[in-house]
Design a protein around this ligand. Sequence first.
Ligand SMILES: [Zn+2]
Ligand SMILES: [Zn+2]
Length: 136
Amino acid sequence: MDVRNCRQCGRLFNYIGGSYRNLCPNCIEALEDKFGEVKQYIEEHRTASIGQVSEECDVSVKQIEQWIREERLTFADDSPIGIACEACGATIKSGRFCENCKNSLASQLGSVYKKESTPTANKNFKDSARMRFLDK
Ligand SMILES: [Zn+2]
Ligand SMILES: [Zn+2]
């Protein structure tokens, strides 16, 4: 059994995992209520800044940023709210990386994949596949 102290209220609770680390079920429930409040506030105040949301809803800026990273909160194009891309620091509206970094990360992953399957292996595979087809 994994018993921990709740980071928020200090009570002991049985840790069961999940996206809210080190929070007891009570505090998670309170935080989910807060999330609903923040979401509604943002819908009603589309151009509110992150500081304003934090103050009006009594939620830490850090918590709001976490929700943005988890892509649970989305913002209108004219909203001033943004967080920094984790790779280049560009302002983004949700997630962890900007479009540019997402694309270059994707092509990096692509080249790793290419390195793993060499062109010769690829050709052999294609040939044997064709042969199998002709055998039929
Ligand atoms: Zn708690
Ligand atoms: Zn970036």
